[in-house]
Design a protein. Structure first.
Length: 232
């Protein structure tokens, strides 16, 4: 088994996931990148980077991904469940199909991924799970963020559930809760200029730190905001 730590990152082709992949790689990790259309990034050294065709809507994908990453690197130290979608509709407007989609990608898929990687994460004695939740998992900011918020409140609870389930085995789970981060997702939701949003790179630095902290420094939730709100 290699001594290099190994992280699985979903939605690693763009946005926050791409920034996390690059940061962990730069910090010396081996990274396994889950993307719908797998393609090695231009910075990647194929020795330490693996790509897997991951679609969050495919219930069989996590088992295949974990098996392939384990065959390739021999261990899994961290999972960054990042792939997510936003549908800016109120809880009244949204239809069942779109609501199901939000819950499938933002809640059910990260749970399945964590469950599939669980044994490997426990094996290391210091496994890490990062769930990309959101400040929308902490408060409902507007009517049109209502449906998304429901999914992110559930994602937040998922992170807490994983933290409880894994604590005795050395697994630490954190819900990362950002406000606007300068990615395609935020650009579609707000007129706020990208330079006034949290940069994906800075969020990746936070996530790298959270993953690196020892078992005795468990962080249950980490909120980060680019603007002043009452509590965040
Ligand atoms: N940006 C923000 O302001 C913000 C704030 C709080 C929380 N977040 C959360 O942070 C995470 C990343 O967001 P982002 O801003 O980087 O979003 P983004 O730029 O829209 O990227 C979303 C990522 O998720 C992937 N994805 C979506 N549906 C998928 C599916 N069915 N299967 C596999 N991958 C899928 C996308 O892949 P494709 O390229 O194939 O579509 C892409 O890699 C999300 O969970 C989001 O809710 C974002």
């Amino acid at each position: 088994m290699t001594s290099t730590r190994v992280a699985l990152i979903s939605g690693a082709n763009r946005g926050i996931g791409a920034a996390v992949a690059r940061k962990l790689f730069a910090d010396g990790w081996a990274v396994s990148l889950g993307m719908r259309r797998p393609e090695l990034p231009n910075w990647a050294d194929p020795e330490r980077v693996h790509c897997f065709a991951y679609d969050a809507l495919d219930p069989a994908a996590p088992a295949g991904w974990v098996a392939e990453a384990t065959a390739r690197f021999g261990r899994i130290d961290a999972l960054v469940a990042n792939a997510g979608i936003s549908i800016p509709k109120s809880v009244v407007e949204i239809g069942d199909d779109e609501f199901d989609q939000l819950l499938d990608v933002n809640v059910k898929a990260p749970r399945r991924l964590a469950a599939a990687a669980w044994e490997r994460l426990c094996e290391t004695g210091r496994g890490r799970v990062i769930i990309l939740a959101s400040l929308s998992g902490k408060r409902v900011k507007s009517a049109r963020s209502g449906a998304y918020s429901v999914s992110k409140f559930a994602a937040l609870a998922l992170a807490h559930g994983l933290r409880h389930a894994g604590f005795e085995k050395g697994v630490r789970a954190t819900a990362v809760c950002p406000g606007f981060v300068a990615t395609d997702m935020a650009a579609a939701l707000t007129e706020r200029p990208a330079e006034l949003m949290t940069s994906p790179h800075d969020l990746a630095r936070v996530i790298a730190l959270l993953i690196d902290l020892p078992n005795e420094a468990s962080v249950a939730e980490f909120c980060v905001n680019c603007q002043l709100e009452e509590s965040f």
